[in-house]
Design a protein around this ligand. Sequence first.
Ligand SMILES: NC(=O)c1ccc[n+]([C@@H]2O[C@H](COP(=O)([O-])OP(=O)(O)OC[C@H]3O[C@@H](n4cnc5c(N)ncnc54)[C@H](O)[C@@H]3O)[C@@H](O)[C@H]2O)c1
Length: 311
Amino acid sequence: MMKQITVIGAGVMGHGIAQVYATAGHNVVLYDTQKHALENALKAIRKSLESFFEIGMIAYNDIDEIVNRIRTTTDLEDAVRESDFITEVVPEILELKQALYEQIESICKPETIIASNTSTFPLSTLTANAQKKNRMIITHFFNPGQIVPLVEVVKQDITAKHVIDETVQLLKEAGKTPVILQKEIPGFIANRLQAAVVREAFSLVERGVASIEDIDLAITHGPGFRWAFVGPIETTDFGGLDTWQRVLDQLCPNLDDRKSAPDVINNMVANGQLGVKSGKGLYEYNPDTVLERIEERDRNFLKLLQLKSVE
Ligand SMILES: NC(=O)c1ccc[n+]([C@@H]2O[C@H](COP(=O)([O-])OP(=O)(O)OC[C@H]3O[C@@H](n4cnc5c(N)ncnc54)[C@H](O)[C@@H]3O)[C@@H](O)[C@H]2O)c1
């Protein structure tokens, strides 16, 4: 058992990851350069734990116990000196991440595992200047990290076997579902699959095929409904490979294959319409109700998590 886990960066993803490891019984040090980020993170963790309690996934007393296992600090040396497993969750800026590894490696124990939550950088690029590349690994969580089970684990040929094994064991014991990539590829697995669907969804919007509500419903009440339990590959086995051969031969020439973001998104971004954070994306968001919508989303995700945890 890892005695101490350090999470570096307490933003959108970092607080959820700290919650996961503390819930699994580990002592967690949460480090950020910004004091207010740490304060907000602790509030968000408590609020999230309350929703786990409300659906009966943890006991009321667990909330304080879990929060008390998380210590916050703005002192990097204090955060990493004694750590057994460090996960870096700072913004997706290569130079920032590489400079951080240099600092961490000069302080932490030689055997400490260093993981990154990067969404896009190959492990070989992240670790280009590292002293001990064989102890570094990617553990890519999905937002909200405290709820979505998937964690993509990316290694390199030089990654030590015990680093992979201990990381996978840590994630499984924390109730996560790790999948291991056998080779480096941009976007890993899940974001590639998701991007293919999103590109086609916006193509349908541009062609005026249906309303945005109906396009979303076509996933949430169709393939998305099935995908929580039957993946796209098993789906083809259930449907019949001969049928899917004809479907793909017929549809592939018709599918969107553009090489960059669709103009609908480009135009909205140019106009400052960024979605929930600016109050308007494809949908309109009322500042008074948007928090309720996020809470409703997370309650639904928790119900699904409950269903999947008895699979
Ligand atoms: N947001 C998502 O949905 C999502 C999903 C999966 C992966 N990721 C990845 O997770 C990482 C973090 O993303 P995020 O959305 O949580 O970012 P964020 O901007 O919400 O949070 C980053 C935090 O890091 C802190 N920080 C910045 N520089 C630091 C430093 N040198 N030392 C310590 N803390 C520092 C910031 O103060 C901030 O609190 C990125 O690599 C991102 O690609 C994000």
